[in-house]
Design a binder for this molecule. Structure first.
Ligand SMILES: [Zn+2]
Ligand SMILES: [Zn+2]
Length: 265
């Protein structure tokens, strides 16, 4: 499939992810018609081969602060513009939207029971991409594979998706992810997945494999890795033994958005 219109020079905004951890965002002067709201992701392996991994749709929403636990919203609060009670997105059962962009979500937290979390909005627009339903890319020595578990946190930031793809290539075997964030950058039950800056993955419960995952996430700019506190997790390094919550999943978070070089061509 031709991705550049050679006549007009129009192209697709593309993340180039290199095996050594470098990530570049290339923005063409003119965007190919129909691709105005899309990013392409290309992986460059150690032999300098390019691999087209996926194209993802993006939209904008207000940047959110980390979630905090709050009491139930007052339904007569005139700042509420939407109060949904039958939400069924991952662990989120209710969602409230405020006029200023804040979002509150309610549901079952894995260790704290039924709680409300509030994700306050900054006065700043950010981009969010929809993660492909799965990636199942195998070519030559390159394997990039993930699938989702039951979660519906199927959105993330365009740049963290690039980091995740790079880490998956480094790992070379399939990961199961419980996702990153929702459409408007909130992330119940987590507090710190806002704006797609974090992604959760299941453990392999094999020291070599789990260590490889942790190291790959670190290499691809997820600055914090949280693991559990059972004896098994003390065999792993390059991650913090955070709490019992992380006995069930690896949290790779605090993605370094500044690591990406933007190139206009
Ligand atoms: Zn390239
Ligand atoms: Zn997490």
């Amino acid at each position: 499939m031709a991705m550049v219109d050679y006549f007009s020079g129009a192209g697709i905004a593309t993340y180039h992810i290199y095996h050594d951890g470098k990530i570049e965002k290339h923005i063409p002067q003119e965007i190919l018609k129909g691709y105005e709201q899309k990013y392409k992701y290309v992986y460059h392996d150690k032999d300098n081969n390019e691999h087209e991994i996926c194209i993802a749709d993006w939209h904008t929403t207000k940047k959110k602060r980390n979630g905090v636990t709050v009491s139930a919203p007052n339904r007569s609060d005139t700042n509420i513009i939407e109060y949904k009670e039958n939400v069924n997105e991952g662990d989120t059962q209710k969602r409230v939207k405020y006029a200023n962009g804040d979002i509150a979500e309610y549901g079952k937290h894995p260790t704290r029971g039924l709680i409300w979390r509030l994700y306050r909005a900054f006065d700043e627009e950010i981009e969010i991409v929809r993660m492909p339903d799965e990636i199942n890319y195998v070519k030559g020595s390159v394997t990039i594979k993930y699938r989702f578990s039951n979660t519906k946190r199927r959105y993330t930031g365009p740049s963290p998706l690039a980091g995740f793809i790079g880490a998956l290539a480094e790992i070379g075997f399939e990961l199961t992810t419980t996702g990153s964030c929702f459409y408007e950058a909130s992330c119940f039950p987590s507090a710190e997945h806002v704006n797609g800056k974090s992604v959760d993955t299941s453990y392999k419960l094999d020291v070599n494999q789990d260590q490889k995952i942790i190291n790959a996430m670190a290499k691809f700019h997820f600055n914090e890795r949280f693991i559990g506190i059972k004896p098994y997790f003390y065999k792993l390094s390059n991650a913090i033994n955070k709490d019992a919550l992380h006995n069930t999943h690896l949290h790779s978070g605090d993605f370094d958005f500044d690591c990406i070089t933007e190139i206009e061509n």
